[in-house]
Every structure is written in structure tokens, then in C-alpha cells.
Design a protein around this ligand. Structure first.
Ligand code: XIL
Length: 330
């Protein structure tokens, strides 16, 4: 078996990537690579609040529907991302949503979106990135618009509503910055664990934890702390998904070969560690080709302005060392 999906299937795993409907519909090399290599897709943006809801009472489901159709045609499962997040909210959100209507709007949104795709979603990221220790709260919760509007209850509301809207989807809590053994990641990981333990104790329907895994070559590698966290998730009955892996090469010198080797080593070491845990059942990269990565640009990209090479295929859709490392780890 040569493809990622063939390797994954043989190991009983899901392997996938974030996709954009424009690539799937309009660029043959893109759609071919996604079809050949992946058995699990997630919309990079199309299922987020902003893109889905141009106005408070209209939904634009076309791009998300396109992804669902593509996946069905190619025998692929789909993750939903996401139902509740502090970012990529629609422009009308700040002016139209208030303490009086926020609960109703959140519930109605989840019923509408999760309901539309019910029975066809492998897992939903119900709440994304709710923890931010540096906001200073004892419970570690981020001071997001949802927290300001509804208090900490918004998380339970979102999960209960999602379960009712789609009883077949695994319900996931997804977050970043919990991978490494650094003090910052260790504190955040502890707060995430506290959150999910309390959710389980309250009977909130939570089935899985998503570890985004946006890693940077040259940073300390994830290790014992994350392994212990994954095992603790297992004891709580939770699966763990690597949901958004990519490896930023901005700390590496310009030479492409050197960058590719270092990036591949991170894929190899990280995925080997994670997939040794039986409750880690899915791996997704945040994109498929270096041609389209959210890391390019001033915010996360390289100081020398060169394009990043964080993904398993290069910008000509040729497999990179990261591809072979990922495949070997599956
Ligand atoms: C990113 C997308 O890749 C960008 O195209 C978009 O402009 C911003 O969001 N964590 C997440 C993802 O959960 O939804 C983010 O995706 C990347 C970080």
C-alpha cells in the first residue's frame, strides 16, 4: 500500500487533512491528491460560523455541502469543525448577539448545522480553544465572547445540543498549545484536563479530545507530559485525535533540504509517540499541500519571506519527506 489512506486503513486508523472547497472543485491535482491519500476530511473554514452565516438569519451551506459530497464520492469520512469558537465569528455577531439572545442563537446554530449533517459526521469539534490560562481565571477558561455572554455553562449547552442534533457524531473538545513539556503548555494541558474531567463528572456528552498539533521545528519536542495526558484521556474513556498537524519551519535556515529533513523528523517522532497510544485513532494535517498553508504570511511565516514547507505534499503535489515520515508512523 502506497498512499496514506491505504496505510491508515491497514492499521485501523483515520488519516486526513483540512480542505478548501475551491481546491476540491477547481484544481485537479488538489482534488486527486486529497481523494487518493485521505480517508477523513475536515473543512478548513467552510463550517465555521463566519463563512456559514453571512447574516444572522441566512446560512450559506454550499461550500460545506461540496465537501460532504466530495467525501461521499471518495468514500471518506468527515470531521465537523467547529460549532463554538471565539474566532471567525460573523461580522454581525458583536452587534446582534447579547446576553438576552445568545443562548437561543447558540442552540439554534448547533441544531441547524449539526442537524443538517447528522449521521454523516465522524466527529464534531463542538467547542474549540476554550482554555487560555493567561486570561487569569481559576478554571482556565478563555474570556471569549461566549464566556462573557453565557458564563462557563456555554460549554455544556453546546455539547448537550450537539448530542441531540447528531447522536452519531463523536463529540470533541479541541485545543492547541498543550503538546510540549514547556511550563506554558504544561499549565494549559492541566487546565484542559481539569475541564474535561469536570465535564465527564457532570455527565456532559464528550467522546474525544482533539490535539491541534501545530508544531514548530526547533522547539522542544512533545514528550512525557503529553503522553500522560493522552493516557489520562483513555482512562476517562476518551479517544484522542491529532486534528491540525503542521510543522512550521520558520526557525530553520533557508535550504529546502535541511528544512524538509527537520520537519519530517518532527512528523516521525511526534506521530510515532502519539500512535503508540491505543486511544489515538485519527491524524489530520492542516492542509495537504505547501501551496496552501495558513502559516504563510507575516503572522506565522518565515522572516525571509520564503514559503513554508509544513505539509506532506509540496506546492507541486510531490510527496515531501514529511509524507514518508507520516506514512511510516501510521
Ligand atoms: C485557520 C485557517 O487555516 C485560516 O484559513 C483562517 O483564516 C483562520 O483559521 N486553529 C483552528 C483552525 O482551530 O480553525 C485555524 O484555522 C487554525 C488554528
Amino acid at each position: 500500500p502506497r498512499s496514506l489512506r491505504a496505510h491508515a486503513a491497514a492499521a485501523g486508523l483515520l488519516v486526513g487533512c483540512a480542505v478548501n472547497p475551491r481546491g476540491l472543485d477547481g484544481e485537479p491535482a488538489y482534488s486527486q491528491t486529497v481523494a487518493d491519500q485521505m480517508n477523513l476530511l475536515v473543512a478548513e473554514n467552510a463550517m465555521k460560523w463566519g463563512p456559514l452565516r453571512p447574516t444572522i438569519d441566512t446560512f450559506d451551506f454550499r461550500p460545506a455541502d461540496d465537501i460532504m459530497d466530495f467525501a461521499a464520492r471518495h468514500n471518506q469520512q468527515v470531521r465537523g469543525h467547529n460549532l463554538c469558537w471565539h474566532e471567525e465569528l460573523p461580522t454581525w455577531f458583536a452587534s446582534e448577539v447579547n446576553k438576552g439572545n445568545a443562548k437561543e442563537i447558540l442552540i439554534q446554530h448547533i441544531q441547524t448545522v449539526a442537524g443538517r449533517y447528522a449521521g454523516r459526521i465522524q466527529s464534531w469539534d463542538v467547542v474549540n480553544e476554550a482554555i487560555l490560562p493567561k486570561d487569569g481565571r481559576p478554571d482556565g477558561l478563555r474570556k471569549s465572547p461566549w464566556l462573557e455572554l453565557l458564563g462557563p455553562d456555554y460549554i455544556d449547552i453546546a455539547f448537550h445540543t450537539a448530542r441531540m442534533a447528531d447522536p452519531h457524531a463523536m463529540l470533541t473538545y479541541n485545543d492547541y498549545g498543550i503538546e510540549k513539556d514547556t511550563p506554558e503548555d504544561t499549565i494549559k494541558r492541566g487546565d484542559v484536563l481539569m475541564l474535561i474531567r469536570r465535564m465527564k463528572a457532570r455527565g456532559v456528552p464528550l467522546d474525544a479530545v482533539g490535539i491541534q498539533s501545530h508544531l514548530t521545528a526547533g522547539d522542544p519536542m512533545p514528550g512525557a507530559g503529553l503522553r500522560a495526558f493522552v493516557r489520562e484521556c483513555g482512562r476517562l474513556g476518551l479517544q484522542v485525535f491529532v486534528t491540525e498537524m503542521d510543522v512550521n519551519d520558520k526557525k530553520l535556515p533557508a535550504a529546502v533540504e535541511e528544512r524538509d529533513q527537520a520537519v519530517a523528523k518532527v512528523y516521525q517522532d511526534y506521530l510515532t509517540m502519539m500512535l503508540a497510544e491505543p486511544n489515538v485513532t485519527a491524524v489530520l494535517t492542516w492542509g495537504v499541500t505547501d501551496k496552501y498553508t495558513w502559516l504563510d504570511g507575516p503572522k506565522f511565516g518565515r522572516a525571509d519571506g520564503r514559503p513554508e514547507r509544513p505539509l506532506p505534499f509540496d506546492s507541486d503535489y510531490q510527496p515531501t519527506p514529511a509524507f514518508f515520515a507520516e506514512r511510516a508512523a501510521l
